[in-house]
Design a binder for this molecule. Structure first.
Ligand code: SF4
Length: 266
């Protein structure tokens, strides 16, 4: 990206109210990381794939005197509450036009494990909570069932669950890249605030937002990768598992979750 284009992009995010940016590795870096790390690696092996997302260069001419809104308001709020306050009644991307509620996230704010999905659906939009519809109920059964089968006293409220975008896309379409880029800034701040031991990415869209745009979930799933120094396990989105008869997909998702929970909690 040219210096001019980079400056324009940074100004765009500054105008949207972001004080700090996180950037993903480029597709070229991601592609070489994939070749380096996963070609011979067994699923679950420790495979450092990507460099940590680096903070973007500082914006020129930052506001001199005024402290960042997040600093000013953070005195009595938890880090997650500060982010939620910064989101406010967000209109930073087009998804705000069709939403009823902003679905920030739910679960243990100190969780060792964070699940990241794509975006809210109709039930989530209505209730303001992530993964409460059919797919959410399956996710709950997957979490609780996996932990029960491997003898862990962990249940859904012990983990943290959120999405890449906080507002429901119209007609449940996948979020557009620019929507994920903008709302993803809040996601990155959420993960940074929680500092989990691992992340479980649910489905191709969330994987695209965090990891490698060019690689499908069927290739990514079951292999550890890394984001910002945190291990990441991609697996299928529960809504994919609900589509028709899919015992193999369910078996693979169970294996992925077993791997994640064993790594995080055992
Ligand atoms: S999806 Fe995210 S960035 Fe877009 S309007 Fe909703 S909260 Fe704001």
């Amino acid at each position: 990206m040219s210096e001019h284009a980079l400056r324009k992009q940074l100004e765009f995010y500054r105008d949207l109210g972001f004080e700090e940016l996180f950037v993903r590795p480029s597709e070229a870096e991601q592609a070489s990381g994939l070749e380096d790390s996963t070609a011979d690696a067994a699923p679950g092996a420790e495979v450092p794939v990507q460099r940590a997302p680096a903070p973007a260069p500082p914006l020129d001419e930052p506001p001199a005197a005024a402290p960042p809104a997040s600093e000013a308001s953070s005195q009595h709020l938890s880090p997650l509450q500060v982010i939620q306050e910064d989101i406010g009644d967000c209109t930073r991307c087009r998804l705000h036009t069709g939403r009823k509620t902003i679905v920030f996230g739910s679960g243990n704010p100190n969780a060792k494990l964070v699940f990241i999905g794509e975006g809210p659906g109709a039930d989530e939009d209505a209730q303001g909570l992530p993964f409460v519809g059919r797919a959410g109920q399956l996710l709950t059964r997957m979490i609780d069932g996996t932990c029960e089968r491997i003898g862990l006293p962990i249940r859904r409220p012990d983990v943290y669950i959120c999405n890449v975008v906080k507002c429901r896309p119209p007609e449940n379409r996948a979020p557009e890249l620019d929507e994920m880029e903008i709302c993803g800034q809040f996601l990155f701040r959420q993960v940074k605030a929680i500092q989990p031991k691992a992340i479980c990415v649910l489905g191709g869209t969330a994987a695209k937002a965090l990891l490698r745009p060019g690689v499908g979930i069927t290739k990514l799933r079951g292999n550890w990768t890394e984001w910002g120094g945190i291990r990441v396990m991609p697996t299928y989105h529960p809504s994919y598992l609900l589509r028709g008869y899919n015992p193999e997909g369910k078996r693979q998702a169970f294996e992925d979750l077993k791997e994640v929970f064993t790594y995080v909690y055992k």
